[in-house]
Design a protein around this ligand. Sequence first.
Ligand SMILES: Cc1cc2nc3c(=O)[nH]c(=O)nc-3n(C[C@H](O)[C@H](O)[C@H](O)COP(=O)(O)OP(=O)(O)OC[C@H]3O[C@@H](n4cnc5c(N)ncnc54)[C@H](O)[C@@H]3O)c2cc1C
Length: 351
Amino acid sequence: MSSTVHVVGAGIAGLTAALVLARRGHAVRVWERSDGTGGCTHHGGGMLAPVSELDHGEAWVADLGHDSAARWRALLPDAPREVLATDGLLVVAHRPEWPLLDEHVDRAVRAGHGARVERVDAAGIAAREPLLAGRFHRGLWLAGEGRVDPRRLRRVLLRELDAAGATVRLGVEVDPARDRRRGGPLDGVVVDARGLAAPDLDLRPVRGEYVLLRAPAVTLRHPVRVAHPRYPLYAIPRGEGLVYVGATQVESGHEGPPQARSVLELLSALYGLHPAFAEAEVVELGVGHRPARPDHRPVIAPREGGLALNGLFRHGFLFAPVLAEAVADRLEGRAIDPRVSPFVAEAACAC
Ligand SMILES: Cc1cc2nc3c(=O)[nH]c(=O)nc-3n(C[C@H](O)[C@H](O)[C@H](O)COP(=O)(O)OP(=O)(O)OC[C@H]3O[C@@H](n4cnc5c(N)ncnc54)[C@H](O)[C@@H]3O)c2cc1C
C-alpha cells in the first residue's frame, strides 16, 4: 500500500489507527472537524476494564480487551501516570451488595477470566486504596486493569503522530464520499472513523452523563467501582486533584445537559463511597454519546477505497489498540488477530 492513508475523525478510534499506521511507515493524514475536543472521546471515562465491565457486556468484551492496558503501555511506553495508569482497579460493595461481588466473580470464571480477579478484605482494600480504609470490608482487585485520561491521551497521541511524521488537520470537515476523487483532499486510502457522524453503519447514540470534580483532599490511586444493582458508579482519579464520576447509560441522543436525577444519583453514590467527596468542587457536568451498533459490537467495515472503524460503544479506550492493529493489518493485506475477525464485516477490501 503506497498511497497516503487519510484517517477521518480524531477520536480515539481514528487517532490510534493513525498512530499504528504512521509507525508502520505509512504516509498518514488525519482530518478532524473539531479543534481536537470533539466527539465522544472528549467525554469518556477512560477505564481499561475488560473483566470488571463483564456486568455490562458479554464474554467477548473481556476477550477482546483483556490485554488493553499492556497494549497501551507498549504503544506509549513513556506516558506519565496522569495519562495512562495500568496498575489495577478496585471494585467495592456495601454489605447488602456483597452478593454482587460473588456474581461478578462467577461471571469472570464463566468467561474464562477468573484468574484475573482477586477477592480482597478490609486490609486488602486499605492497602490498595488508603482513602477507603475502614469503609469497605469486601471487594475485588483486578490487577490487569487501568485507565487513561482521554483528554490528555488525545493530546499525547497528536504529539506522537507529529513525531511519527503524520499530518493532522484540525477544524476541517471532510466527506469521504465526496472528497476521495482523484486530486481531491482524500485522494488515497481512507479510514473512516467519524463516530456517530458516519453513515450506513446502523449507529445510534447512547447518552452518558458524568460529573467532573476537583477534590484535592480526597486522593484515589486507582479507578474504583461501586457495585450496586441500581446505582453502579465508578470514580476515576485524574491529575490535579480531578475525579471523573460516571456514568449513566440512557437510550437517547438528546444533546441537553445532564438531568438533575442523574447527577443526584451519581453524587449520592459517590457520597456513599466516601463522604469527604461532599467538599469537592463541581468542575463540569458533562454528556457524551456512545456510537453503538444494534449488537453493541465494534465493526471494521469495508468501504470504497478503504474501511470504516466504528461502533466502539462503551469500550472505545479498551478496544482501540487491538482494533487499530487490525485496521493496519487489514489495509496491508495481512492476517488479522483472530479475536478481531468476528468484528470484520465481510467483503473484499478495495484498497
Ligand atoms: C460518559 C461516557 C463514558 C465512557 N467511558 C468509557 C470508559 O471508561 N472506557 C472506554 O473504553 N470507553 C468509554 N466510553 C466510550 C468511548 O468514549 C467511545 O467508545 C469512544 O470515544 C468512541 O470513539 P470514536 O473515535 O469511535 O468516536 P468519536 O470520539 O466520536 O470520534 C469521532 C471524531 O470524528 C470527528 N468527525 C466526525 N465527522 C467528521 C468529518 N466529516 N470530518 C472530520 N472529522 C469528523 C468528530 O469530530 C470526532 O472527533 C465512554 C463514553 C461515554 C459517553
